[in-house]
Design a protein around this ligand. Structure first.
Ligand SMILES: C[S@@+](CC[C@H](N)C(=O)[O-])C[C@H]1O[C@@H](n2cnc3c(N)ncnc32)[C@H](O)[C@@H]1O
Length: 216
């Protein structure tokens, strides 16, 4: 039976193992530069002190790139404390006071429920791991609770032609229409595009990138 459907599967342990076993730049989702995300973020014209939340950030270079661009109010989350330790270690040349680190489960949030007034929610390659209705509902309920009116949402997930598994786990594939349905009519789709990501191993992974804005 697939890991995702095993009752009580320990996802925290799964992801900690992934980050402990493999150097970050060899992971199947490693980006040397987060170019498509940065382009979408730039198009939001946010102020530099806007609150940017990175869901399931892992040890992504995006955080360092945002700090380099002057963003000073970043909140990063992951279920894996190993990932966030690695991320923090990679930021030694930066003011980590500008980054809040939250180890929590997006599908069963506790600390994350304290967030509010998020200007931008960014997720690359996280939501697609939530394969059950219950996990997806928790995720979208959290997003809708914390993103402020006129706030932005970037969701970048494996598209319908994309891989059906990642890191040994099943995934749920998306397109812009399914994401629009899940967000509801309070969110307007501003942009979307398909994007082929090349893994460190040379493998190709098909993503859909979407940018939404909350109406009110
Ligand atoms: C494929 S990686 C992508 C990491 C990062 N977003 C990037 O683009 O490099 C998926 C990430 O989601 C995190 N994750 C998985 N399930 C999670 C959950 N329930 N809550 C928070 N983070 C989770 C994993 O630990 C991992 O860092």
């Amino acid at each position: 039976m697939d890991n995702n459907f095993k009752e009580g599967y320990d996802f925290e342990n799964h992801w900690n193992n992934a980050y402990q076993k493999t150097p970050v730049n060899k992971l199947g989702w490693y980006e040397k530069e987060s170019t498509p995300s940065l382009e979408l973020i730039a198009s939001c014209n946010l102020s530099k002190n806007a609150q940017i939340f990175n869901a399931g950030a892992g040890a992504s270079i995006l955080i360092e790139q945002l700090l380099n661009e002057g963003y000073s109010n970043l909140v990063v989350n992951d279920i894996s404390s190993s990932a966030l330790i690695e991320l923090k270690n990679n930021l030694i040349n930066h003011k980590t006071s500008q980054v809040q680190f939250i180890v929590d489960d997006l599908t069963n949030p506790i600390e994350l429920l304290k967030m509010k007034d998020v200007d931008l929610w960014h997720d690359r390659a996280v939501l697609h791991f939530f394969t059950t209705q219950q996990q997806q509902n928790s995720y979208f309920n959290l997003l809708k609770k914390v993103v402020k009116p006129k706030g932005y949402v970037i969701l970048a997930e494996f598209n319908l032609e994309g891989a059906k598994k990642c890191s040994g786990l099943d995934v749920f594939n998306y397109n812009e229409k399914i994401l629009q349905e899940r967000l509801g009519e309070d969110f307007e789709l501003l942009k979307y595009f398909n994007y082929t990501y090349t893994q460190p191993s040379g493998g190709l992974r098909e993503y859909v990138y979407t940018l939404f804005q909350r109406k009110n």
